[in-house]
Design a protein. Structure first.
Length: 116
C-alpha cells in the first residue's frame, strides 16, 4: 500500500510561482510512474504532467507546457511540480498520482488559487 501526501499549495497572484510536493510513504514509489492532475470547480479531473520511474521522460498537458516542470527524487520518495507564470485558470485542487500496470494511488489533493 502506498500513501501520497501533497503539500505546497496556497494563494498566489497571477505571474507568481508555487512548488508542489508529493511525498510517498508505506512503500517506495521509485518504481512507479508519478503524475499530477487537477480539478477546477465544476470541472472534471484533468491531466497536468507525468514522469517515468527513472525521471528521464516527462509529458505535459499543452496548457502548462513551458510553465510547469515535474521532477522526482527517488531517494526521498517524492515528486515535485514547479509551477511558474501561474494564471487564474490554473486555480484547482492538484492531485498527485503514483501508478504501475497493477496499482494506482492518489493523494488527497492540495488547493492552488491564483488571483488576477
Amino acid at each position: 500500500q502506498v500513501q501520497l501526501v501533497e503539500s505546497g499549495g496556497g494563494l498566489v497572484q497571477a505571474g507568481g510561482s508555487l512548488r508542489l510536493s508529493c511525498a510517498g510513504s508505506g512503500r517506495t514509489v521509485r518504481t512507479y510512474g508519478m503524475g499530477w492532475f487537477r480539478q477546477a470547480p465544476g470541472k472534471g479531473r484533468e491531466f497536468v504532467a507525468r514522469i517515468n520511474y527513472s525521471g528521464d521522460s516527462t509529458v505535459y498537458a499543452d496548457s502548462v507546457k513551458g510553465r510547469f516542470t515535474i521532477s522526482r527524487d527517488n531517494a526521498k520518495n517524492t515528486s515535485y511540480l514547479q509551477m511558474n507564470s501561474l494564471k487564474p485558470e490554473d486555480t484547482a485542487v492538484y492531485y498527485c498520482n503514483a501508478r504501475t500496470l497493477l496499482f494506482n494511488y492518489w493523494g488527497q489533493g492540495t488547493q492552488v488559487t491564483v488571483s488576477s
